[in-house]
Design a protein around this ligand. Structure first.
Ligand SMILES: C[S@@+](CC[C@H](N)C(=O)[O-])C[C@H]1O[C@@H](n2cnc3c(N)ncnc32)[C@H](O)[C@@H]1O
Length: 226
């Protein structure tokens, strides 16, 4: 956008709901969404949950592959935006609700897939949130956790964007994630790269040049064992 003096105007989004709405539509976030979808192996009949859903874009993407997807967030304004985005995209197999990852309003063993993207690293006791998500995950179900890695900070994020040709608002959203990662507890970011979960198979990968930590946890299913 050009201002009345002919200069390019600085784009700035003050409202956090608007900010996450833009961030979740950035190409780098789409890459995380696509990988999550493939790693969760969703099938018809599955029920999925995206907790800490923000503006809901990952969940809307998941809704194409699952019977029903729950989009949940602690912030009522985020949930309202996720609902608006679903309606605008004419996606009707999602349920949007206010919920806390530490106290999920669901029965045990409900979901075949649960996604928690860029939330755990902001929380004081992420291991308690993981225990709660494992409670509502079905045996054999997949829990996908995405967080910044130990390498992520505003400088490494900026360098990544420079190398990848990511500019303007898309760059700003990635750099802000880097800055948020640098503000959080480094021991916790490290622990999230190697979460300790009982009765589960855990696989860990790095994405986006090692700046993002991707963990897939499959809950042990006693009936699948011969
Ligand atoms: C950094 S944003 C990430 C949003 C989105 N998942 C993404 O990938 O961009 C964290 C989100 O988690 C929500 N949140 C924070 N604490 C939460 C909690 N205890 N339970 C559920 N959601 C929470 C916030 O309202 C916010 O929408």
């Amino acid at each position: 956008m050009i201002d009345r003096w002919g200069r390019e105007r600085i784009e700035f989004i003050a409202d956090p709901v608007d900010f996450f709405d833009v961030l979740e539509q950035a190409d780098w976030h789409r890459e995380l969404q696509m990988t999550s979808l493939h790693m969760a192996s969703l099938r018809d009949g599955d029920e999925a949950l995206d907790i800490g859903c923000g503006a809901g874009w990952l969940g809307l993407y998941l809704a194409h592959r699952s019977d029903i997807t729950y989009l949940a967030d602690k912030s009522p304004r985020m949930v309202e935006r996720a609902r608006y985005n679903a309606q605008t995209c004419k996606i009707d197999n999602v349920r949007c609700l206010v919920a806390d990852v530490f106290d999920l309003p669901f029965v045990d063993n409900k979901f075949t897939a649960i996604f928690c993207v860029n939330l755990l690293f902001t929380l004081p006791e992420p291991e308690k949130a993981i225990t709660e998500m494992m409670r509502v995950l079905k045996p054999g179900g997949r829990l996908i956790l995405i967080n910044p890695s130990q390498k992520m900070n505003a400088w490494t994020a900026m360098q990544y964007c420079h190398d990848q040709g990511i500019t303007r608002l898309q760059r700003d959203t990635f750099v802000s994630l880097g800055a948020a990662a640098a503000r959080s507890n480094p021991m916790m970011i490290r622990a999230l790269e190697n979460p300790q979960v009982q009765d589960a198979e855990i696989r860990q990968h790095f994405m986006l040049s090692g700046l993002i930590n991707f963990v897939r946890i499959v809950k042990f299913d006693p009936e699948a064992v011969e």
